[in-house]
Write a protein that binds this ligand. Structure first.
Ligand code: GLT
Ligand code: MN
Ligand code: MN
Length: 394
């Protein structure tokens, strides 16, 4: 490997890679089995991530401070964590609330049918927002893992939407009143741990955001695995979010379609989709964190955890290099240019409505059969892409 190639594939904080404390700290517990790895302390995780070239670390309140910690214990844990951040320069760009582990939230947090649970969820989130702000977080994520149902006999579907809206309005106003200036990112997921989670897709979130009091403060935090579980095309979802100006954060990982939520190492499974995702993010100028919401396989020991973390970043950088080659490859660029047909006269006619243009367009003759005969060259373009990814081009 040349030095130049080495540099391109070595992560630095400029690459804006982040991990959750809950990701590299995951102990291998699953619904059927006990942990296979020892728990690692938050300061230790910070030092390890900094050593690997990450930019930041994100957290839920209870990743750092147990739900039943005393004020003294909290201060101690936060101080040690902050010390590790100061020593390493690692940032905390995003914070969030654990509103899913405690039994109190078993039937929802902001959408619980019990007003006491909803109020407790608000209280817990305000404390967590205080903590996130103290650590420097600017983005606040809402993943409503328990906001959903298995049965709809409770009849709360419309109420749940209103309760969720009221909660977000309250918390956005709290952020503004405190001067925190958070941007909120809503994370959709179709199912797991609930049978059906409310707001299953990016489109659900995009439709909901304009109904909030401060839509400008809210965006989306899409996750690769969540769309893929449901058989959706994640890259298409991200394009729609970018188009709406709402890509506030992104959770990168991988997943086999139709499986349980696997949270695999980025690029581990769907390499072509991952390539087009990286291409979309890089070409669109997305400047936010590249957050890996994934964890090492349950089979792994601690060495496997760091192999996993390095692998996520290295695969992203490898794909980013492939994007650069794709954008510079003359044959690929020629195929792309040939794919598009432009027509200045038609652009003028179809650009902006006027009665005259509409009339002229209605009278225009089109050779429909010729349009149907045209081969766009997508097979060739896709094969060139495959050859680039498989290393036989450039
Ligand atoms: C949990 C979930 C993720 C969310 C995290 C934020 S927690 O790991 O599976 O998709 O992004 O709450
Ligand atoms: Mn996620
Ligand atoms: Mn996930």
């Amino acid at each position: 490997m040349t030095n130049a190639a080495h540099d391109v594939l070595s992560p630095t904080p400029d690459d804006r890679f982040t991990f959750g404390l809950w990701t590299v700290g995951q102990t291998g517990r699953d619904p059927f089995g006990e942990p296979t790895r020892a728990a690692l302390s938050a300061p230790y995780l910070v030092r390890q991530l900094a050593g690997l070239g990450a930019y930041g670390v994100n957290l839920h309140d209870n990743d750092l401070v147990p739900i039943d910690a005393t004020a003294r214990q909290r201060d101690h844990l936060v101080r040690d964590f902050q010390q590790a951040l100061n020593d390493t320069g690692l940032k905390v760009p995003m914070a969030t609330t654990n509103l899913f582990s405690d039994p109190a939230f078993k039937d929802g947090a902001f959408t619980s049918a019990d007003a006491r649970v909803r109020a407790y969820a608000l209280q817990k989130t305000m404390h967590s927002m205080d903590l996130g702000h103290e650590l420097g977080a600017e983005t606040y994520v809402f993943w409503g893992g328990r906001e959903g149902s298995e049965v709809d006999a409770g009849g709360k579907l419309l109420d749940a939407l209103a309760w969720f809206r009221d909660s977000l309005n309250f918390l956005a106003a709290y952020s503004e009143a405190q001067g925190y200036g958070y941007r909120f990112a809503l994370e959709p997921k179709p199912n797991e741990p609930r049978g059906d989670i409310f707001f299953p897709t990016a489109g659900s979130m995009l439709g909901f955001i304009p109904t909030l009091e401060r839509p400008d403060l809210f965006g989306v935090n899409p996750e690769f695995a969540h769309d893929t579980m449901a058989g959706l095309n994640f890259t298409h979802a991200v394009a729609q979010i970018i188009d709406a100006g709402k890509l506030f954060h992104i959770d990168l990982n991988d997943q086999k379609m139709g499986r349980f939520d696997q949270d695999l190492r980025f690029g581990a499974e769907n390499i072509k989709t991952a390539f087009f995702l990286v291409k979309l993010l890089e070409d669109s100028g997305y400047g936010g964190p590249r957050h890996f919401d994934a964890h090492a396989l349950r089979t792994e020991d601690e060495a496997g955890v760091w192999a996993f973390a390095r692998g996520c970043m290295r695969t992203y950088l490898l794909l980013k290099e492939k994007v650069r080659k794709f954008n510079e490859d003359p044959e690929i660029q020629a195929a792309l240019a040939a794919y598009r047909v432009e027509d200045a006269e038609l652009a003028e006619l179809t650009g902006r409505f006027s009665p005259e243009r509409a009339r002229a367009l209605k009278e225009r003759a089109f050779d429909r059969e010729a349009l149907g005969r045209r081969g766009p060259g997508l097979e060739q373009l896709d094969q060139l892409t495959m050859e680039l990814l498989l290393g036989v081009r450039g």
